[in-house]
Ligand binder design. Sequence first.
Ligand SMILES: O=c1nc2n(C[C@H](O)[C@H](O)[C@H](O)CO)c3cc(O)ccc3cc-2c(=O)[nH]1
Ligand SMILES: C[C@H]1O[C@@H](n2cnc3c(N)ncnc32)[C@H](O)[C@@H]1O
Ligand code: SF4
Length: 327
Amino acid sequence: MRKRLTYSRNIFIPVTDVCRNRCDYCSFRRDDGRIIRRQEAADLLDRGAEAGCTEALFSLGEAPMEAEGFFRLLRLTGAGGLIDYLIELSELALERGLLPHTNAGLLSKEEMKRLAPYNGSMGLMLETTAEVEAHRSSPGKSPRLRVEAISAAGELSIPFTTGILVGIGETAEDRVRSIQAIKEIHEVYGHIQEVIVQPFDPKPDTPMACTPPSTAEVLAETVRMARSILPPEVAVQAPPNLADPLPLVEAGACDLGGISPVTPDWINPDRRWPTLEDLQTQLAGFDLLERLAVYPRYIDLGWYGEKTRDLVRRLAGPDGLLRRDRP
Ligand SMILES: O=c1nc2n(C[C@H](O)[C@H](O)[C@H](O)CO)c3cc(O)ccc3cc-2c(=O)[nH]1
Ligand SMILES: C[C@H]1O[C@@H](n2cnc3c(N)ncnc32)[C@H](O)[C@@H]1O
Ligand code: SF4
């Protein structure tokens, strides 16, 4: 049988680039940040729906409420608070047939509990369990806090995406420890649907502009290590806009993550996603299958937001992937 690779057709909605952290590798965060308005989000979501997308990835700076000036930006939207606004945006996505997946950085357990009903799944990158220089101005990248937040999502039975960022000053042993930490959390709660092996990509005008990214060999070795440590039901994801996917798939990655036909990857804006036709060519010999924001196993378990239930039922086929003959 040909090997199967999954991906999700998504649209990337940058909610706000205001962030309390300052990661040395990040070019997404802005001092003079902005917030997306309802109408802008609705227009993007309309375009996503038009292009056949099934997932809306909402990403934003962490705890923007703690950053100066955000209160004024949020007031422009008329929303009562950040979580209220994220819920409203999720509703706009659901109305258009897109399943929300939110990665907002650290959220409290109470915040996750409020937002989860409107999300197919949620995400938070562990990044690394090591104390790295790149995170010296990012209190929210504390490994302990990230492990606690991923665990809290498990207590809430939220299907979860996490991962490691490779090449930010961690060692090979640190990468093993990071993957082991994810495995241990999953052993307790069983909610980790995928682990992203995300290569650091240098950005101009950031403190890490001149830091060389990891080599293809290190990335492939990291994927192989992750595949050997994580249990088989946890997918290893390799984003195809940041590195040649073929060696990573050969090393054990089985998912390509979100691929947006409409929006750029706002975190890596100069790294265009390949088209599906490109991927079919690059990955000849593999079957590319479209999945939803929530993996089949969690659809079976009923572990997805209750407000997403009708849409999940409409989109999912008998195998839990995207239904081909959609009504
Ligand atoms: O928890 C998540 N982290 C996400 N992260 C991390 C992840 O590394 C990716 O899926 C891709 O890297 C695409 O570059 C993103 C980072 C990006 O630069 C772009 C998209 C995403 C998407 C997600 C996501 O869906 N969930
Ligand atoms: C959403 C995720 O994007 C990742 N991220 C942030 N900046 C970069 C970069 N320069 N290169 C690669 N990934 C990055 C982080 O891992 C974050 O958690
Ligand atoms: S990576 Fe996320 S937490 Fe770090 S500065 Fe960028 S937006 Fe903030």
